[in-house]
Ligand binder design. Sequence first.
Ligand SMILES: Cc1cc2nc3c(=O)[nH]c(=O)nc-3n(C[C@H](O)[C@H](O)[C@H](O)COP(=O)(O)OP(=O)(O)OC[C@H]3O[C@@H](n4cnc5c(N)ncnc54)[C@H](O)[C@@H]3O)c2cc1C
Length: 386
Amino acid sequence: MLDAFTEEQEAIRSFVERLTAKYDRRYWVERATKGESIDELWRELGRAGYLGVTVPEQYGGSGLSLRRLAILMEELAARGVLAGFLVISTAMGAIPIAKYGTEEQKRRYLPALANGSEKFCFAITEPDAGSNSFRIRTLARRDGDQYILSGQKAFITGVNDADHMMVVARTVSADEVTDKREGISLFIVDPKAQGIEKHQMDIRILMPERQFRVFFDGVHLPASSRLGEEGKGLKILFDALNPERITLGALLVGTGRYALGKAVEYAKTRTVFDVPIGAHQGLAHPMAVAKTQLELAALMTHRAAEVFDQGGEAGMYANMAKYAAAEAAIETVDLAMQVHGGSGFTGEVDLITLWPMVRLMRTAPVSREMVLNYIAEHTLGLPRSY
Ligand SMILES: Cc1cc2nc3c(=O)[nH]c(=O)nc-3n(C[C@H](O)[C@H](O)[C@H](O)COP(=O)(O)OP(=O)(O)OC[C@H]3O[C@@H](n4cnc5c(N)ncnc54)[C@H](O)[C@@H]3O)c2cc1C
């Protein structure tokens, strides 16, 4: 834990301590194993006002603070409770609506997001486009006062459990625009609407949420379901993707702390050659490095959230935070398993259970390579290879 805790951090930390006394790691693992959502915990977060931290006060929240959400995620994860839906719904659903929604959209969605009665999922990835999101082919064709949505998405987390899906589509196909950044629009879609099919994917990661392929076959959407100006969705999109990177950074820092805490405890007591294994620098130094990397990643995550909250250009910070936190968490979980020897592979020690999740974060929601491409191009001004 960083020493200089602010009052705000302290309040969130003690709330999370009480909450996770009731809904602890064991509760989370049970739900995740069955693929069931953590509804009771979600409702308590809503009752305590924590789902409203990204919602302005006039719509039932406590003001748009990504920083508060990041601290909450970090503290939950540090106790082994990985609340991924906070990223998807509370960051990627609420923030774009709060910033770009019409008055009607804000009144319709934000109070329900703030009290936890409704959730959003987020759909951008397509099988053919992959990381090249400009090439998405899901098309929303204008037809009078509605749009007709056709196409498909892949890996959509929690669409089975969500009340609404934020869909990134093209209103003009990529071949028809001179500037690929044009023609992207976001839509708020009912996942149960006619013309939508969902097929669960076989993803082997311990988390309460499941992933789906989603097919849109001529889905009718009212024009009022579009978020922001038609074809100008890129700015809105990044005001969802940057918060995603930042809050996942926080989740990863917390997860790393959880794993390192276990490793340190074990290293103090496990004795193999007369002294506790933590006395061997072959283990002690990597643990010290892991601690350092996690705290550095925490600093960057908090910085990124502050820049976002102040309305600054958060892209560089968000990418660096996500990169640093993912690499630190991957190294830390791997090390924690090494410290535990063979026991590191048991369900009881509960470290191998974290591995797929932290490893995922080198690949998704944005891969390590695409993060580094961003920093190379936008921060260092290097030419682009693709
Ligand atoms: C468990 C899980 C949950 C997910 N949840 C969601 C969700 O809720 N919503 C959603 O929309 N998506 C979701 N995704 C999708 C995820 O965001 C993508 O898998 C991710 O963005 C990578 O895209 P891709 O799989 O198409 O890989 P690809 O784009 O095909 O990339 C493959 C490899 O090539 C590399 N590569 C590609 N282009 C370059 C380049 N120019 N330079 C260097 N390397 C490059 C990549 O870094 C990667 O290593 C989820 C994925 C998983 C596995």
